[in-house]
Design a protein around this ligand. Structure first.
Ligand code: SF4
Length: 471
């Protein structure tokens, strides 16, 4: 809500990490665009990139080095050919140069010009990146950026969230959302839509939301039809395809629409529902781990939760196109509350900030879409987050695979459970509010050891021996 658009929360991009892949990618491109705007780009003779804190510690596993190079090349993460991403570093190594913004070749040696400061952090945020350019007259220009979670990037000293066109409803808390919806007789999704009208017209807006959903569906589809090991050296075997094949039991389909219809017509026992939801979540996050195209929701590590719950809504509840868009709107409002009231950055808050937030977003959206009241939707978000509090981030080998991929299935199932509990509850009797749980999450984040904040220095990350390949 506030001044965060639904398109800030849901962004089409590339795996495996919004903070460690998408953020540095955008920061590198932004640095060059700023040089371009200042008229210095054409005289750049050399660039150097330094990664600090969590970006250095888990950067290789999260593909930060590759992402930075893609950003320097001016590639668009929403549209680039994902099959070519892995070649970025090999090409720079082989040729000893990189084409800045795709058009200006300069000498570049990834081993010397891409520096990982494993023992240094910058003060503002654990995900710091500094870029510097040496110009042909011998002078140097630099810029420091922070990847603050969910693909959001801020430049040193920059403030976020202010917009010249303030939306009509700027709610800073769940209580304000509830009051506002009551006062104006709106549901959460209607309120978000009114806010978005301050920034773009309805047809652009609907088209953008449909692109988001189509990308989510495509990531599920691709994940359900791909097999083999995931990249990075952990030898994690993809499982979504196997589960999908068993559930489809020979059903055939020609395209995505026919595929969804085929899933809708499959028998649905309780076990089947659990398997379908898990399959959807695994599919997206296997794609994410394989540098595939996914939607940040609100992060890449948690990119499977919302598509899995929404696909469940579409297939098991026969949701219409309009209901699908409403789901995304409500979910974005809850994501905005966590982003402003706590964090969606695992480097600040651990996995509660990723899987916990996505689960809360999905729970509220499903509740409202299944006919729940605003208070029940907010309650569902509270229930979902309450049972993720304290969840640490401990990715084995610094890769977004173990425990991340399965964790998306767990987050999706908790969201569905939370929605159904809320739908059978009277929110006025609840002892814990969504605002309380957001505050608690933030306090828990601040108390959490840095070992559990996307550094791969604690938890499962130090229990499992790995020999992670540098990709
Ligand atoms: S453990 Fe959670 S927060 Fe950490 S990388 Fe994996 S999904 Fe993201």
């Amino acid at each position: 809500m506030q001044r965060i658009s639904v398109f800030d929360i849901f962004k089409i991009g590339v795996g495996p990490s919004s903070s460690h892949t998408m953020g540095p990618w955008r920061a590198a491109e932004r640095f060059l665009r700023e040089l371009e705007a200042a008229g210095s780009f054409e005289s750049v003779a050399r660039v150097q990139v330094e990664l600090f804190g969590s970006l250095a510690k888990t950067g290789r596993g999260h593909g930060t080095d590759i992402a930075v190079l893609m950003g320097l090349r001016g590639e668009d993460p929403a549209q680039c050919d994902t099959r070519r991403i892995g070649y970025a570093i090999q090409q720079a190594q082989a040729e000893g140069q990189i084409a800045l913004l795709g058009r200006k070749p300069v000498a570049f040696n990834p081993d010397a010009d891409l520096v990982f400061h494993y023992d240094r952090s910058l003060p503002f945020h654990p995900n710091g990146i500094r870029l510097s350019a040496r110009l042909s007259d011998g002078s140097t220009v630099d810029g420091t950026y922070y990847s603050i979670g969910g693909g959001f990037v801020v430049r040193e000293g920059e403030t976020t969230g202010e917009d010249e066109s303030p939306p009509p409803f700027t709610c800073a808390s769940a209580a304000e959302i509830a009051d506002c919806c009551r006062a104006h007789d709106l549901s959460i999704w209607e309120m978000v839509r009114e806010n978005e009208r301050a920034w773009r017209d309805d047809s652009d807006f609907d088209a953008g939301l449909r692109r988001i959903w189509a990308t989510m569906v495509d990531s599920i589809y691709r994940g359900c039809h791909a097999d083999g090991d995931l990249p990075g050296g952990l030898r994690v075997v993809r499982r979504a395809k196997h589960i999908h094949r068993k559930l489809m039991n020979g059903a055939t389909y020609a395209d995505h629409e026919a595929w969804i219809e085929a899933i809708r017509s499959r028998p649905r026992t309780f076990q089947d529902t659990v398997k379908w939801v898990s399959c959807f979540a695994l599919a997206v996050n296997e794609e994410n781990a394989a540098f595939g195209r996914v939607v940040t929701a609100p992060t890449n590590g948690a990119a499977g939760v919302i598509p899995a719950v929404l696909m469940h809504f579409v297939c098991a509840h026969q949701a219409s196109d309009a209901e699908t868009l409403r789901f995304l709107l409500t979910a974005s409002a809850i994501g905005g509350l966590f982003k402003t009231g706590a964090t969606i950055s695992a480097a600040l808050g651990g996995c509660q900030a990723e899987i916990g937030v996505s689960s809360a977003m999905a729970a509220a959206a499903l509740t409202e879409c299944l006919g729940g009241t605003v208070d029940q939707a907010l309650m569902a978000a509270e229930i979902a987050m309450e049972h993720h509090l304290g969840l640490t981030c401990d990715p084995v080998g610094g890769l977004v695979q173990i425990p991340c991929i399965e964790r998306n299935a767990m987050g999706a199932m908790k969201a569905i459970t939370a929605a159904h509990i809320a739908l059978e509850s009277t929110p006025q009797n609840a002892r814990v509010s969504l605002d309380t749980v957001i505050r608690t999450m933030w306090e828990t984040a601040r108390d959490m050891s840095d070992k559990y904040k996307e550094t791969a220095e604690g938890g499962l990350a130090v229990q499992i021996p790995v020999n992670v390949a540098e990709c």
